[in-house]
Design a protein around this ligand. Sequence first.
Ligand SMILES: [Zn+2]
Length: 70
Amino acid sequence: MTPHLRVCRQCDEPITDPDDAVLVAQEAGNSGPGWNVWAHRAHADRLEMHPVAVRVLARILLVRVFPQGG
Ligand SMILES: [Zn+2]
């Protein structure tokens, strides 16, 4: 077993050097504590926005574009 194998969110490659791992997000699980999202240090800057922030923003925009109760 490989304990706590971290995979880069940007390039999907395993992050073998712990010093090269950057925590970019924490995602909530449907049941349980959720998990951390990692990226290579060099790739973390390419992830423009926090994934959870993107989801929340998308939901807000959808509600504005398609109002409920019409
Ligand atoms: Zn990477």
